[in-house]
Design a protein around this ligand. Structure first.
Ligand code: BGC
Length: 318
C-alpha cells in the first residue's frame, strides 16, 4: 500500500481549487502539488504558475497559491484523498466529489488501451490534463540526429550505436522519449544498435554516473547519448568531457527541456541538441483552464502544448 501510494503521489500533480470571498475582494485558494521540488524542470514550471497567477489578479480577484508541502490544508486534503484510493480513477473521483476541480499537469495518465482516453478525465467535466505530447519530443531528438551530416554514424560502420538514459520509468514522458527517439532513426531508414539503456530518474548526478559508466565500458563505440531530459544530459556532458570525448566530433548528446544551461551548451557545441519543453506555455494553459473552472466555464478534456527542436541552428537564430 505504501509503495502504491508513493507511486501515486509521484504520478499525479494536481492543482486543487477552492475559493473564499471577503467584502469585495474574492480570493481563490489554489493548491499546487508538485511531485518533487528538487526537479529542475518542475521548479521552473511551479514558479511560472505562481508568477502567472499574479499577473491575472485584479482589484477584485486574488489568487492564493498554496504549494503542496504537506503543511497546508489543501495539500493535506489532496494527500488524504490519495491515502484512501486504490487507483488513479478513485483519486480523481474523490477530489471531484469533494467539489474540487482538477487540472492534471506534466504527467499524463493513460487509458486502458495505452492512449489519450483516460476515462477519469473524459468522464469528468471538471478534470482535464494539460501537457505536451512526449512522443513529439522523442521524435525531435531522433530527427536532430538524422539531420547531422553523418546522421550519427561517426565511425561509418553503417549503424548508429547509442546509449539511452531514461527518466522515471513510471512516467509516460520517459517511455515515449525512449521509444520515439529511436523510432525516428529507424523510420528514416537507419540501422541502430543499443549499447546501453539505463534509468537515471531525471537526475543530473545519476545521468553523469550512468554516462561515465557506459563510456567506460563501450568507449569509442558510443556515437550518440540520448537523455530523456536535460538534467541528465547536463550530467552526461560532464562525463563526456571527463572521458576526453568531444561532442560534435566523436560523440553526440541530446536532451529534452531546453533548460538554460542546456541551451548554452548547445550554443557552444557541448550538446548536440535539446527540445523545448515549454513550461511557460504549459503553466499558462494550466492556470488559464484553472481560472475557467473557477468561473464555472466549460473546459476541454485535454490541452496540448507543442515541443520545439533546439539545435545549434535554432540557438544561433535566437
Ligand atoms: C521533464 C523532466 C521532469 C519530468 C517530471 C518531464 O516532462 O522533461 O525534466 O523531470 O517531466 O515529471
Amino acid at each position: 500500500m505504501k509503495k502504491f501510494l508513493a507511486i501515486l503521489l509521484a504520478a499525479i500533480m494536481v492543482l486543487g481549487l477552492c475559493s473564499f470571498a471577503s467584502a469585495e475582494v474574492k480570493t481563490y485558494k489554489v493548491g499546487v502539488a508538485i511531485y518533487q521540488y528538487t526537479d529542475n524542470f518542475m521548479t521552473l514550471y511551479r514558479n511560472e504558475i505562481e508568477a502567472y497567477f499574479k499577473t491575472l489578479e485584479t482589484d477584485d480577484v486574488k489568487y492564493e497559491v498554496m504549494p503542496a508541502d504537506g503543511k497546508n490544508d489543501m495539500a493535506e486534503q489532496i494527500i488524504l484523498n490519495l491515502v484512501q484510493t486504490s487507483s488513479a480513477d478513485a483519486v480523481i473521483d474523490e477530489i471531484v466529489a469533494a467539489g474540487i476541480p482538477l487540472v492534471l499537469i506534466n504527467r499524463e495518465p493513460l487509458g486502458d488501451n495505452g492512449d489519450e482516453s483516460y476515462e477519469g478525465i473524459l468522464n469528468n467535466p471538471q478534470v482535464c490534463y494539460v501537457g505536451a505530447d512526449a512522443r513529439q519530443s522523442g521524435t525531435f531528438q531522433g530527427e536532430m540526429v538524422c539531420e547531422l551530416d553523418n546522421h550519427g554514424d561517426i565511425n561509418g560502420d553503417g549503424k548508429i550505436s547509442y546509449v539511452m538514459i531514461e527518466g522515471d520509468p513510471e512516467n509516460v514522458d520517459a517511455q515515449y522519449r525512449t521509444e520515439f527517439s529511436i523510432k525516428a532513426l529507424k523510420d528514416a531508414g537507419y540501422e541502430v544498435e543499443c549499447l546501453d539503456d539505463q534509468v537515471g530518474n531525471w537526475d543530473q548526478t545519476k545521468g553523469q554516473e550512468l554516462c561515465a559508466n557506459a563510456l567506460n565500458i563501450y568507449g569509442d563505440k558510443v556515437e550518440v547519448v540520448f537523455c530523456n531530459n536535460d538534467a541528465m544530459a547536463l550530467g552526461a556532458a560532464t562525463a563526456i568531457v571527463a572521458a576526453g570525448r568531444t561532442v560534435g566530433e566523436d560523440i553526440y548528446l541530446l536532451g529534452v527541456d531546453a533548460l538554460e544551461d542546456a541551451v548554452e551548451k548547445v550554443k557552444i557545441g557541448e550538446m548536440t541538441g535539446t527540445v523545448l519543453n515549454d513550461h511557460i506555455g504549459q503553466s499558462h494553459a494550466a492556470v488559464d483552464v484553472a481560472v475557467k473552472l473557477l468561473n464555472g466555464e466549460e473546459i476541454q478534456n485535454y490541452y496540448w502544448i507543442d515541443y520545439v527542436k533546439v539545435n545549434k541552428a535554432y540557438v544561433d537564430a535566437m
